[in-house]
Design a binder for this molecule. Structure first.
Ligand SMILES: [Zn+2]
Length: 237
């Protein structure tokens, strides 16, 4: 690679949204717009293209950019690595708890006050397993409960009650299958209920509208008028 210039930072407004992007000029014929899982928009343009022209082209793609961002907002590999020792912070339903590992004959995980107690051996690997099981159990319980509640809203649109699966995923909060099942990320139980409901509602709406089309967003707005606020909050988790 030769002569890599620093990208130019630009931004424009689209409705309520501010869309920043990084622009790079290269020896190439066409303009390319990409969005990564980090939600950053990168634009690569031919060397001789005037900036105003690039900006106009990117503005035209604003809707697509926002949709793509929405898609990536459901990806969330951002939890920092843990050591599984006393004193570190663990999150549950949007709240922080201090981990306390207590040597004990019997293994148990318990939430009490501001603490998340893990009883048993102090081996971090075991602590991690026990916590993993605890999160999995609580995720299943919480998601099932809120799925039932969200379903009451979407039922009238002819959506069939889905089977739900809870699994740890690297890249996304939730997805749905052709067969009409919903898959939710165990990690989502670390987000506030408010956000959990958004992901569930989003997936429920997909059971009727597969893709992120106009009709999908129309349905989502109808079922959850404040979904954008919830989504934003989820992104900041
Ligand atoms: Zn979606």
């Amino acid at each position: 690679m030769k002569g890599k210039a620093k990208p130019i930072r630009l931004a424009f407004k689209y409705g309520q949204a501010e869309i920043p992007f990084a622009l790079e000029f290269r020896d190439r014929k066409s303009l390319a717009i990409t969005i990564g899982a980090d939600l950053k928009v990168r634009v690569v343009a031919p060397k001789d293209k005037p900036v105003e022209e690039v900006l106009a082209r990117v503005k035209k793609k604003a809707k697509w950019i926002l949709r793509k961002k929405d898609y990536f907002l459901r990806f969330h590999p951002l939890t920092p690595p843990r050591q599984y020792v006393s004193g570190e912070t663990h999150i549950y339903l949007g709240r922080q708890y201090r981990l306390k590992v207590v040597q004990d004959q019997d293994e148990m995980v318990k939430l009490r006050g501001k603490y998340l107690f893990v009883y048993g051996q102090k081996r971090p690997r075991r602590v991690k397993e026990l916590l993993g099981e605890w999160y999995q159990g609580h995720a299943t319980m919480i998601f099932t409960k809120h799925l039932e509640e969200c379903y009451r809203t979407v039922k009238k649109y002819g959506i069939t009650y889905p089977k739900v699966q809870v699994r740890k995923m690297q890249k996304r909060w939730g997805s749905c299958s052709q067969a009409g099942n919903i898959l939710l990320n165990t990690e989502l139980v670390k987000a506030p209920i408010y956000c959990i409901e958004y992901v569930i509602m989003h997936e429920l709406c997909h059971l009727k509208e597969r893709n992120h089309t106009k009709s999908f967003y129309k349905l989502l707005y109808r079922c959850m008028p404040d979904w954008e606020m919830r989504k934003k909050r989820l992104a900041g988790c």
